[in-house]
Unconditional design. Sequence first.
Length: 329
Amino acid sequence: MGGRLMWSKAEMVGQGSNRLVRVLPTEARLLWFIGFVGVLAVGLAIAMQRQVNWPPFLGGYAATLGLAAIGAYVRQAKTAPRVALALIGTAIFTGFTAVSSLFIFVLFPLPNPLIDPLLIQVDAVLGYHWPSAVALLARYPAFAAVLGYIYHSSLAQILLTIVLLAALSRDLVLHRFLVVGIITLIFAVAIWWIIPSVGPSAFQSIPEADRLATGLYFNPAYGAHLKNLAEIGPRRISPEVITGVVAFPSYHMIMALMVVWFLRGTFAFLPAAAINTAMIPATLTHGGHHLVDLFGGLAVFVLSVWIANRLIRPPQGAQGTSRKSSARA
């Protein structure tokens, strides 16, 4: 079964009972951690006297718990471990994303100045210039449209990866995937909070004709909006103002690497590799990231995979059956 994690003793006790809740050890730890971060984000928002539109956020928290509870019920009462694995995995990823969004926006305004001018200089040394890249892409509007769809496919790819790994019963690989997603987001937000950036669109301008030809989402006006968020902060934190603000390191790059890395050895690897190779120009030309952001995302990803592989190990006594799955992760 490709590295299936063993049950904890507490879970084994309930095998013969009608108990509805059964959660794998790693799932339980991650759900507890998400709950802790959620409470921390709410407490921080209250302590810092932030104006928050609470119902949508609290509703999102409740939805996460509800999805996890459904997964636990399906695993116990319906004896459908693969479906349960997908449901709980989805709850973990979407739950942590939700609580992180509130946590990030509570941090505004940022304490340090934006480092985008420095990153633009580093890009220039590497031979990259965002307005020139957009001008080149504007010559091929059909290709630009494809890149636009690819850019916005990141979250869907993450969710599909969770479902596929669950369908293949790759518990160990899926749990490492989830842990990497959490660790990378923590690292990315921490780095961004210390040395914040919002992308080149807030500092460099492009001709309107090029913007229209490429259909850029991160246009100069949107870049100015991100810069204003970083320096002043939102007047009221609400889902409609939540947007991607972390530029360096690039979490889009991290998500692309996650999908390709953890789908190795499956039929979806080659399509994922092709799509996420195109994610590189898609991420760069949309104006929310510098070239150096992608290298930062790569470094964070490699470190996080190393940590996850040591935190999530095959259960004792099952190393022989899960060696191949472990190697793939």
